[in-house]
Design a protein around this ligand. Sequence first.
Ligand code: HEM
Ligand SMILES: *[C@@H]1O[C@H](CO)[C@@H](O)[C@H](O)[C@H]1NC(C)=O
Ligand SMILES: *[C@@H]1O[C@H](CO)[C@@H](O)[C@H](O)[C@H]1NC(C)=O
Ligand SMILES: *[C@@H]1O[C@H](CO)[C@@H](O)[C@H](O)[C@H]1NC(C)=O
Ligand SMILES: *[C@@H]1O[C@H](CO)[C@@H](O)[C@H](O)[C@H]1NC(C)=O
Ligand SMILES: *[C@@H]1O[C@H](CO)[C@@H](O)[C@H](O)[C@H]1NC(C)=O
Ligand SMILES: *[C@@H]1O[C@H](CO)[C@@H](O)[C@H](O)[C@H]1NC(C)=O
Ligand SMILES: *[C@@H]1O[C@H](CO)[C@@H](O)[C@H](O)[C@H]1NC(C)=O
Length: 327
Amino acid sequence: MALNSHSSISFKRSLCLFLFLVVLLNFKMASAQLSTDFYNSTCSKALSTIEAAVIKAVANEQRMGASLLRLHFHDCFVNGCDASILLDDTSSINGEKTSAPNVGSVRGYDVIDTIKSQLESICPGVVSCADILAVAARDSVVALGGPSWKVELGRRDSTNASFTAANTQLPSFILDLDDLITTFSQKGFTEKELVALSGAHTTGEARCVTFRNRIYNETNIDSSLATSLKTNCSSSTADDDNLSSLDATSHVIFDNGYYKNLVKNKGLLHSDQQLFSGGSTDSLVTNYSENANEFYKDFANAMLKMGQLSPLTGTNGQIRTNCSKVN
Ligand code: HEM
Ligand SMILES: *[C@@H]1O[C@H](CO)[C@@H](O)[C@H](O)[C@H]1NC(C)=O
Ligand SMILES: *[C@@H]1O[C@H](CO)[C@@H](O)[C@H](O)[C@H]1NC(C)=O
Ligand SMILES: *[C@@H]1O[C@H](CO)[C@@H](O)[C@H](O)[C@H]1NC(C)=O
Ligand SMILES: *[C@@H]1O[C@H](CO)[C@@H](O)[C@H](O)[C@H]1NC(C)=O
Ligand SMILES: *[C@@H]1O[C@H](CO)[C@@H](O)[C@H](O)[C@H]1NC(C)=O
Ligand SMILES: *[C@@H]1O[C@H](CO)[C@@H](O)[C@H](O)[C@H]1NC(C)=O
Ligand SMILES: *[C@@H]1O[C@H](CO)[C@@H](O)[C@H](O)[C@H]1NC(C)=O
């Protein structure tokens, strides 16, 4: 004569509902998504603080816009957008800053560190370094006259970094079209997205060491461009670090000048010109060279997608208080 059958059924129902909610909650946490309003209630000034700092940094030095954009790319392509690129080497971390694609050319760390200290003073322990990189990349593109998009937020920061992954997962300037396509498809990007994202080379600079072979040895290069580039980039290794603009014609402005150059054999890097060299991506390059709005739309969408590469969310990772080191 213990429980009557009615209360036993309602107990079972409650148990079922409870288990269902537990499963649902786990599912939600496992697939935790980024959202554009992630900091609205916890740090409402986060986005305006980052924007103001980026505008100031770009006004101070225009190239910084390019450098901040590249930082986000080099973060996301190496084990996801987790700010691993920002970690300094320690006895336990063999970091990414000294890897071949990054050392001597990736810059802007100081701007990110400054933004982080400002955010720590207004809302301590809230805004991740990975999100700062994503917002700073967007704000840089806007500051240089390019398209805008709503940045998805809620990434957390890694507690580790990988020198080896940075050396193997970032594309090299010596790659041919096939290998560029493979590198990007391994990260889930189509040929069209490869071409759109490469349009980032409408701004910024590259070192002589990355384009010397192209200007002295390749034949699919405009001869007057090659001649002019050789003045700063002799065959001597003393010139290795001398800089030239990735987009010789409008290197500051974020426009479709990159593609206009490619159709005239005026790509700076071997890998740039590969996108217009008789292969499957030629028509995409031609399209973007004639249609800036099409490029802007595809670039913004591809950046949003890049920003979603394996983010740490929920309780994974941490919110670093100093972007250069783990807490
Ligand atoms: C498609 C494959 C890519 C290759 C092979 C490549 C390679 C390079 C190289 C060699 C440099 C010059 C670095 C140096 O001086 O050592 C450079 C600069 C740059 N890259 Fe890329 N890149 C690629 C894609 C991208 C993507 C997807 C983005 C961003 C969405 C990007 C953004 C930039 C920017 C903005 C600069 C100039 C940075 C500055 O002036 O500080 N690149 N890239
Ligand atoms: C979050 O803040 C942004 C920018 O201030 C605003 O556009 C958006 O509507 C807000 N979202 C919510 C859900 O409050
Ligand atoms: C041109 O190519 C040859 C043969 O691959 C190479 O030895 C030489 O270093 C290259 N020249 C430059 C300036 O890169
Ligand atoms: C290129 O670099 C070399 C070595 O650092 C330097 O002497 C030379 O003046 C540079 N050339 C230009 C045009 O900046
Ligand atoms: C050569 O270097 C100078 C000084 O850095 C720079 O102003 C100029 O634009 C460079 N020329 C080319 C063709 O890259
Ligand atoms: C570029 O591609 C888009 C989308 O496929 C198409 O609508 C547009 O007409 C093309 N533009 C040019 C100039 O080819
Ligand atoms: C790096 O940290 C992340 C999250 O904190 C973890 O998922 C990942 O397995 C770690 N990677 C290595 C190589 O330790
Ligand atoms: C952040 O950490 C780095 C590396 O330990 C250190 O050099 C730097 O001074 C720290 N920055 C701040 C604002 O504490």
